[in-house]
Design a protein around this ligand. Structure first.
Ligand code: NDP
Length: 492
């Protein structure tokens, strides 16, 4: 089977595969710098066309009056098609963003799972009949918003695309999806699979192109009523400001700098494995990466020594090679930025405990690889402790007192995730409730389910995706009153 279903070099505008007229996008394999595909990206005029065709498709009777269980069939069919092509999609995603195959397979499975879950959820959505206070019945119903703009980052393409597209379609909307320019291919494949599943033409557009032009045009288009964004906090803040001015609703999934906390009684074998997975899987390019390690003084030396030793032993390699644990970073320029953070950390007095350099294997020289890095001995105000690095860099910090620990763990603008390693569940509960984070894991890390709401606090965002509310986030509520008696007496 061919690796690609979407027509080579084309973008999906309002149901049609067309050659873009925007700047050339070269999808590059971060493993060796080779070109995976080239295409001309979208331009703002494509956004306008996509919105107009999306609005026409979603308000056409065929989609507008389709019963939920019928609409659900298209979503379930999409899940099946994703599964049928799972190996091709996983391979393409690995070539597009450098993640090891084991990870891209999990992302593809997650995308299929999202469509399947949302299809099932769609059949359970109910309105309500609130108690009336007069001669009427009032109904509370949920309706589509119209056309939804979905903007996604490069780190987990098909999974983050599915998390937006599936509930937005289930809710009865059309979707204009803009993937990151660095990783356009999986979103285009998803567009092709949706068409193959029979989703009416025009309902989904996929417009790769730069955020500054195509993304901005989506944010500002008056025909788009809701913006669903996953990406960096600065971009999200700017987008939310524009959306507020235009009175659009938003879903925002933003950055993180998550603490992972080791208590004195933790099972250290379990903790060390979880800490390594939490920061170094996906090469640290994960919003929920556990990038700040807080270890109790009594076990600090042992834990940091073990984490550093195991980090040095992790297998950095070609993302399609058997057994690779860390592939390359997304681009050489991103690796440069991560290396600058490491240099800043060392200049600020940090001690390098592991990594800090590129692998020496000549077979990896053409890729943007970096060894997993552990640094300690830093003050809490060092940039490497405070800022999101989005790379394989862990900073270790010592704590002695629980109150100070909670204060230090919360001393960040972010609030996305947290890990706690302990055998004391009462203490884990107390700390979990005190930490500002949308998700807290105890004795595990980076476990995610489409059935469990996900989102951040503070600068990590304010809304939730997934879970029973997934579809509602893409709808607006309407109240309908039905009179149950004769004429209103006032007018007599
Ligand atoms: P960016 O914010 O740079 O980009 C995200 C998306 O927004 C891309 O598609 C980008 O387009 C687009 N974009 C950029 N500027 C604008 C603009 N002015 N208007 C509209 N769209 C714009 O983030 P990254 O791609 O670098 O992704 C990494 C970030 O995403 C990290 O901070 C990470 O923590 C966060 N993230 C959060 C997750 C969560 O669920 N909380 C999950 C995954 C990542 P282009 O790239 O083409 O310019």
């Amino acid at each position: 089977m061919s690796e690609r279903l979407a027509p080579e070099g084309r973008i999906l505008v309002g149901g049609e595969w067309v050659e873009g007229s925007g700047a050339e996008i070269v999808a590059t394999d971060p493993a060796d710098g080779t070109t995976v595909a080239t295409l001309a990206g979208a331009v703002p005029a494509d956004v306008d066309r996509a919105v107009r065709r999306g609005e026409a498709a979603r308000s056409a009777a065929a989609w507008r009056t389709m019963l939920p269980h019928q609409r659900a069939r298209y979503l379930a069919r999409t899940a099946e098609l994703i599964e049928d092509r799972s190996e091709e999609l996983a391979l393409l995603q690995s070539r597009d963003n450098g993640k090891p195959l084991a990870e891209t397979r999990a992302l593809v499975a997650s995308a299929a799972g999202t469509f399947r879950y949302v299809a099932a959820l769609l059949e359970t959505q109910e309105g309500s009949i609130p108690p009336s206070r007069g001669d009427y019945l009032s109904f509370s119903v949920h309706e589509p918003i119209g056309v939804v703009g979905a903007i996604t980052p490069w780190n987990s393409p098909i999974a983050s695309d599915a998390q937006k597209v599936a509930p937005a379609l289930a809710a009865g909307n059309a979707v204009v999806l803009k993937p990151a320019a660095w990783t356009p291919l999986l979103a285009l494949e998803l567009g092709a699979l949706l068409l193959e599943a029979g989703i009416p033409e025009g309902l989904v557009s996929v417009l790769p192109g730069p955020g500054r032009t195509v993304g901005q045009a989506i944010v500002e288009h008056p025909g788009i009523g809701h913006l669903s964004f996953t990406g960096g906090t600065d971009t999200g803040r700017e987008l939310a400001a524009t959306a507020a001015r235009l009175l659009k609703t938003t879903s925002l999934e933003l950055g993180g700098k998550s603490p992972t906390i080791v208590l004195p009684d933790a099972d250290l074998d379990v903790a060390v494995n979880g800490i390594l997975y939490g920061i170094f899987s996906s090469q640290g390019q994960s919003c929920i990466a556990g990038s700040r390690l807080f270890v109790h003084d009594s076990v600090y030396d042992e834990v940091v020594a073990r984490v550093a030793e195991r980090a040095d032993a992790l297998r950095v390699g070609h993302p399609r090679a058997e057994g690779t644990q860390l592939g390359p970073l997304i681009t050489a320029s991103h690796r440069d930025a991560v290396e600058r953070f490491i240099a800043d950390g060392l200049a600020a007095g940090g001690t390098l405990r592991a990594g800090g350099a590129r692998p020496t294997d000549p077979a990896l020289a053409a890729g943007s690889y970096l060894r997993p890095t552990v640094i300690d001995g830093l003050r809490a105000d060092a940039s490497i402790v405070r800022e999101e690095i989005f790379g394989p860099v862990l900073v270790a910090l010592r704590w002695r007192d629980e109150e100070e620990l909670v204060e230090a763990a919360n001393d960040t603008s972010y609030g996305l995730a947290c890990g706690i390693w302990t055998r004391d569940f009462a203490r884990a509960w107390r700390i979990a409730r005190a930490i500002d984070a949308g998700t807290v894991w105890v004795n595990t890390y980076k476990q995610l389910s489409i059935a469990t709401p996900f989102g951040g606090m503070k600068d990590s965002g304010s809304t939730r995706e997934k879970g029973l509310g997934a579809i509602r986030a893409y709808q607006r509520q309407k109240s309908i009153y039905l009179g149950t008696s004769g004429p209103i007496a006032w007018a007599d």
